[in-house]
Design a protein around this ligand. Sequence first.
Ligand code: NAD
Length: 430
Amino acid sequence: MSSVKEKEEVLKREEEKDGSDDLFFSTQQVIKEALTKLGYRDEVFELLKEPIRMLTVRIPVKMDNGSIQIFTGFRSQHNDAVGPTKGGVRFHPEVTEEEVKALSIWMTLKCGITNLPYGGGKGGIICDPRKMSFGELERLSRGYVRAVSQIVGPTKDIPAPDVYTNSQIMAWMMDEYSRLREFDSPGFITGKPIVLGGSHGRETATARGVAICIAEALKTKNLRLQDARIVVQGFGNAGSFLAKFMHDAGAKVVGISDVHGGLYDPNGLDIPYLLDRRDSFGMISQLFQNTISNEELLELDCDILVPAAVSNQITAQNAHRIKASIIVEAANGPTTMEATNILTERGILLVPDILASAGGVTVSYFEWVQNNQGYYWSEEEVYGKLQRVMIDSFETVFETAQAHQVNMRMAAYMIGIRKTAEAARFRGWI
Ligand code: NAD
């Protein structure tokens, strides 16, 4: 099977499991519960349950064959009480308004937990970039910026890469915005190439953030990384860098997987060898005869389980059989609420996605700060600052969970939403 075909299969399975309407509804329900626990009145929920601004745009693009195709795009700004909104733009055939709205709320929560001076934003265009030429993608990217330019900008709403968008697309978007404004505006967007004001350390930021959360979670259980057996589901950007960091730190990575299956060795897998052989879509298992299923992988005997692939992997069906004592979510939404409750009852420490995968937006913030200062940091400086943010965030969520006798997911929602609620209150909006 070709790599493009494999990626299509991966996305199809992810979509089948995602259910963006459910995602939006369940996010609203947890926010409601978090606000109630914090003692806020109903009107606060009324303000925060939906984005303050949602723009739908139609973008005409001249295709290579001379025809004109009209694409639909969205930009959702959940709330800007704290500061400008921030969040990626995804290019995908299955993008929906509901999904973009839900993802913008998750960005508010991530920025609240990491104490970044942003509200949440998100964008998307319904398109299939795998079937478009370089030139068509450039015209679509520039068209999107022209269409949303009134509501975005370095002090309003700062986009970034997401599913199927990358540093090249960020470069075109930044160039288009700079042309419209008639001055160079690197701080309009993050995730740019380094030569255009991108930050060192951004590519590995998510995995580094997850690795820091793992170290903190181990401390709470008086365990050492060197003694830990780790299973990572997914061997793409997040999963493969994480497996490398764990291996380099002396931990035993006993299981990894891709969409087709997993590899298991109780004595520890040769991660550098696997990294060398995986393809750019995170595929590796097909090179081996002895594989296990993803279902088996999740239930392996291990100390730490890191779902780093797709949503809805740990559900009420398999939560009873998970053997890890710590789960750190690198993927967005890998564990359902029902499963979260089962795992909590079983005493398993679950570090939720909105905390564990916040390393990406944190380094995006660093990129924006560097652009605003016109002064650029070394890789070491970026990592040092990321470490401080992630450790502080972990400690705050962990302590809130203890103080309110709730699990870390609820604590993360409480921390994440409180900053925006307070900012809105001080502004006199509620
Ligand atoms: P990726 O596309 O680079 O890799 C995904 C990996 O998961 C691949 O190895 C793929 O084969 C595997 N996979 C796909 N479907 C699977 C399935 N049904 N079962 C098992 N494995 C499957 O993606 P990524 O960038 O590493 O992102 C992974 C997850 O982390 C996503 O949920 C993403 O939203 C989340 N995340 C990523 C970042 C980031 O910076 N990359 C930031 C925040 C959150």
